[in-house]
Design a protein. Sequence first.
Length: 168
Amino acid sequence: MNGRVAHFCPACGAPLELQERFGKVRPVCTACGRVVFFDPKVAVVAFLKMDDRVLLVKRGVDPGKGRWAFPAGFVDAGESPEEATRREVLEETGLSISRPRLLDVFSRDAHDGGTADIIIAYMADPVSGELHPDDDVEAAAWFDKDHLPEMVFTTTETLVRRWLAGVI
């Protein structure tokens, strides 16, 4: 259940108990029998490059507080991943971006501290705005290949390795 907990039935409010259902242990209502299925958390990450540099943000919150990652965040209900990418980049950096282009889709790495189950990586180009940190980041800056900071999250590290190898 990935640390997710439910105590009461969302349909009738009765207590839940853990039972094996559909091949896994899941919360099941003691009154109406409803099985609670936890939806995966979906996040987006934005890979922006300009003049042989990449844009990274210094995280102001845990997980990874004080280390650098690409602008990222969770997809809100009713929001497309592309819309979430545009929103997160604007919120964290002050930059508006072009239409995000899909780079890859990643699964949770249980060892890196991230809380998303599915991470959708996009590439985009900045089109307007003035770079400044905001929302949950302490700093935002462009980095060249020879001056990369301490990074966090497998997704960031993987995308940077691909960039260094000339793949993206």
